[in-house]
Design a protein around this ligand. Structure first.
Ligand code: EPU
Length: 424
């Protein structure tokens, strides 16, 4: 198992290229199951979660080839021969549940392991199941698996009114509805850029969808979908993560390919804290406007609000901002595991329920740390960039799930960071 060692140092400068979005790619890949013609994705991120999804699709009979050093995923579901997503794969990655809707729509049957809880919360899938039921699916929960069956004439259109916003449930329902008979309306649908990207891909495959990017999406089912080539949208969470680097460590960094409309609420919040963000053809350029960063209050919300996937990284910034900030986590009940690790680095944080109060200190101090999820891990790297001395971040496999070439990207802008084999 590897560790990453970061030594806090001087200001950063240069450009970091931003990859295609993990969370878009993880829903675009199962869309291949909807068609017997090839689906090709370009600008794919090179991540272990993408390899896990490839493995899952392969177990269902899809062919997935990784080309151009992993940037292109060529997929074909011409000969599907499976309908079972096994616990062994699903337990590694919750996004595996996204094969349920497509399998059910195309094959009329699916057996998918229930993902179970994870470090950031219980994360049930009841909304995914209710949406599919509204399209006529018969579902049975048995032996830890969802056994799903479409009615004899296939899924039909339905009205799905989500009680609260769920990205994954919106994606599963969207994909299933493309091949259902009649019209499906998704109310209180997620509006994330990854949903819009999925809709654009499905439209390129021949799906009839309108309203993407709003809270009401309407899908007119079609008999079949055809092949397509689609470019994966920029990863707004990787973008936001690296936007914080020059604010934590000083300097000025351009995030290649970044666009403000992917992260408007986040940009506004860091500007309030003292950042200057400039948009150009090259991407977004970020630096401190003048002087030290200031405390701000943050509340996570579904898009277009401040993303929960940037809360941990924002906390790393606020640990050394002037004043006291309150972060409120509204999406996942247990997403403050980075707080105890940041405290080990000298941060002043008090977690109480869904809130964390952070009082800025002058300097963090390097320490051995580890975290139990992806975004928490990268927040520790950010904190390490400005800490005095050496920070050793363990359990690097969490980072490999969501950040490609993290060491090379940060070294490219002058950070002192390396990946080493852990002792023992
Ligand atoms: N929820 C339910 N029932 C459901 C579905 C969700 O209660 O059937 C709850 C969840 O437990 C959570 C809230 O609803 O409290 C929102 O969850 P959502 O379904 O929106 O999340 P998700 O689809 O499981 C995706 C991303 C997450 C990201 C969230 C929120 C992927 C593969 N994952 O998860 O990304 O945090 O949306 O934006 O797209 C990450 O990349 O680090 C990550 C965790």
């Amino acid at each position: 198992m590897d560790s990453i060692i970061v030594t806090g140092g001087g200001p950063l400068s240069g450009t970091i290229p931003i990859a295609g979005a993990k969370n878009a790619c993880l829903t675009l890949m199962p869309a291949t199951l909807l068609s017997d013609e090839p689906l090709t994705l370009t600008n794919a991120p090179r991540l272990s979660d993408i390899r896990t999804m490839s493995q899952l699709l392969g177990s269902l009979g899809a062919e997935v080839s990784s080309l151009s050093d992993g940037l292109v995923l060529a997929m074909s579901s011409h000969d599907l021969n499976g309908e079972r997503a096994d616990y062994d794969i699903v337990r590694k990655m919750r996004a595996s549940i996204l094969v349920l809707g497509p399998l059910l729509a195309r094959q009329g049957r699916a057996v998918v392991s229930l993902p179970g809880g994870c470090a950031i919360g219980a994360r049930p899938v009841d909304l995914h199941l209710k949406a599919l039921e509204a399209m006529g699916a018969e579902l049975e929960l048995r032996d830890g698996y969802v056994h799903a069956k479409a009615p004899s004439g296939g899924l039909h259109g339905g009205i799905v009114d989500f009680p609260f916003v769920s990205v994954g449930a919106t994606e599963n329902a969207l994909m299933a509805a493309t091949l259902a008979r009649g019209t499906t309306v998704l109310k209180n649908a997620a509006q994330e850029p990854e949903i819009v990207d999925l809709v654009h891909c499905l439209q390129a495959m021949g799906a009839q969808i309108s309203g993407e990017g709003t809270d009401t999406i309407e899908i007119q089912g079609v008999d079949r979908l055809h092949g397509a080539t689609h470019r994966v949208v920029t990863d707004r969470i990787e973008l936001g993560t690296y936007m914080l680097a020059p604010l934590v460590a000083g300097g000025e960094v351009t995030l290649g390919g970044g666009r403000r409309n992917l992260l408007d609420a986040f940009c506004t919040k860091i500007e309030e804290a003292g950042a200057e963000v400039t948009e150009s053809d090259a991407g977004l350029t970020v630096k401190r406007a003048n002087g030290p960063m200031q405390a701000v209050d943050v509340e996570t919300q579904p898009f277009p609000g401040f993303p929960t996937d940037l809360q941990a990284q924002m906390m790393a910034l606020l640990c050394t901002a002037q004043g006291t900030s309150v972060l409120e986590e509204k999406i996942f009940e247990n997403r403050f595991m980075h707080a105890p690790e940041l405290i080990r680095m000298g941060a002043e944080i008090d977690v109480h329920g869904g809130h964390a109060t952070v009082t800025g200190v002058d300097k963090l101090k390097g320490a051995p740390v580890m975290a139990t999820d992806l975004r928490a891990s990268v927040s520790l790297i950010l904190a390490g960039l400005a800490a005095q001395g050496e920070t050793r971040v363990g359990r690097v496999y969490h980072l490999d799930r969501g950040y490609e070439h993290v060491v090379a990207k940060l070294r490219g802008v002058g950070a002192n960071i390396e990946r080493v084999k852990e002792d023992g």
